[in-house]
Unconditional design. Structure first.
Length: 255
């Protein structure tokens, strides 16, 4: 579920891949948009099979600390916590729904009604060993059958929320928290990497269409599938730009 942001709020985001750790600091402006203050990153080689993270823990702690120190030096801000993006192979997407009866005399949907339906999604049963890390409200259905994105103030005896519950393995989340704590940071929340890229790169019209987003990195490629704007699937494949470069070099005998 998206955080409620106020003008002047400072937001820190961290993205970890096998070849780079990146950190950005943004500030919420008067248009409720996030303006970039600082971007810091460090290239590295973190891949490891020794834990559920898939990263060498000691190296990640060291590099994360360096990236934070650089961002603090440039911005003159103290960083205590951050939002973290997750790769597609570290999460699952569950399609959920929750129904809330509107009890006020006017039978108009209130903000509390909306919050209640979202919280109900958060109480959903998930597979043993997994935990809900994010909820993405998709659309609300009124008692008339009308589908709306913003139901507050609408006349209806009940609302039905259709949403995506993003889940991840508890072991992975706990190990990630442990790494951040050792680097002096707490985690504010989590976001699928491919979802953040959709919001950043796509126009409003495109966000409502069928989309397949492909993000090719050095060693890994993230994908995200959206059907009429609804988040359906995310995954990560063990192929990246370096593999393509190596294949081209081999085929054409370059280097």
């Amino acid at each position: 579920m998206e955080a409620v942001l106020a003008i002047g709020d400072i937001i820190v985001g961290v993205d970890i891949s096998f070849s780079k750790v990146s950190l950005v600091i943004g500030k919420v402006d008067g248009s409720n948009q996030i303006q970039l203050i600082v971007a810091s990153h460090k290239e590295c080689d973190l891949e490891s099979k020794s834990n559920s993270l898939g990263f060498d823990e000691d190296s990640l702690i060291s590099i994360l600390s360096e990236v934070v120190e650089e961002a603090e030096r440039i911005s003159k801000l103290k960083i205590n916590s951050a939002y973290v993006s997750l790769q597609g192979n570290k999460l699952q997407i569950l399609q959920k729904q929750a129904i809330k009866t509107v009890n006020n005399k006017e039978q108009r949907v209130t903000e509390n009604d909306v919050i209640s339906t979202i919280l109900e999604i958060g109480k959903s049963d998930v597979e043993t060993g997994y935990t809900i890390i994010d909820i993405i409200p998709d659309i609300f259905e009124l008692d008339s059958g009308e589908m709306v994105k913003e139901p507050i103030g609408k006349k209806s005896s009940k609302i039905t929320l259709y949403a995506q519950a993003i889940i991840a393995k508890k072991l992975y989340i706990n190990e990630l928290k442990n790494v951040f704590e050792k680097a002096g940071l707490s985690i504010d929340g989590y976001s699928p990497k491919i979802l953040a890229e959709k919001d950043f790169y796509c126009e409003e019209r495109e966000k409502k269409e069928d989309l397949l987003i492909i993000d090719m990195g050095y060693r890994k490629t993230d994908i995200g599938l959206f059907i009429k704007g609804t988040f359906i699937h995310a995954d990560t494949f063990d192929i990246g730009g370096n593999d393509i470069t190596t294949d081209i070099e081999y085929i054409f005998n370059i280097g």
